[in-house]
Design a protein around this ligand. Structure first.
Ligand code: URA
Length: 171
């Protein structure tokens, strides 16, 4: 990816961040992080307490588990853009409502349009609802917290990241 192109994407991401902060002015948002020209995006549900505190996605318990799986499969977290469908913490970490998901979805769409990843990994039921914009390939897997909780989901999640790593190698 050319340097100037990536710079342009950084600017676009910054203006999207400002737009989101203005839209959700009463809330602390977690924008997502990673290279503006990442080939791979990971999308989760919504931030929890740790994420809200730090302003960074997947830094709590499920984030640590996700990091372990990424590492095991030789995927550098620094190379991927990590994001969420819903950008704010919900009370008691309840599942976001349909309305919250619908309100946040255009921002995810725009983020994907700017980054233009080749692969978008949708982690968990809320992420599976993401609009499939034309361009990237989509891969559905479980949410890391489900994988941490249930043996079968964990096996599937680990297997999926094995497959994702093979796909990433060829990108
Ligand atoms: N769970 C999510 O879905 N996203 C985060 O950023 C953290 C936990």
């Amino acid at each position: 990816m050319g340097r100037f192109f990536a710079m342009d994407k950084n600017k676009k991401l910054e203006s999207l961040r400002k737009k989101m902060e203005a839209h959700f002015s009463a809330r602390k948002i977690v924008f997502g992080e990673g290279p503006a020209d990442a080939k791979v995006m990971l999308v989760g549900q919504n931030p929890g307490e740790e994420e809200e505190k730090t302003g960074r996605p997947f830094v709590g318990r499920s984030g640590k588990f996700l990091n372990k799986i990424l590492e095991k499969n030789k995927i550098l977290r620094a190379d991927v853009f990590v994001s969420n469908v819903v950008r704010f913490k919900t009370p008691e970490n309840r599942k976001p409502t349909k309305e919250e998901i619908a309100e946040c979805m255009p921002f995810l769409e725009e983020q994907i349009r700017i980054i233009e990843p080749k692969l978008v990994v949708l982690m968990g039921q809320v992420a599976w609802m993401a609009t499939r914009i034309v361009g990237p390939a989509y891969f559905e897997t479980y949410h890391p917290s489900a994988a941490m909780q249930y043996t079968k989901a964990r096996a599937r999640f680990e297997g999926d990241f094995g497959k994702i790593s093979e796909i990433v190698e060829k990108l």
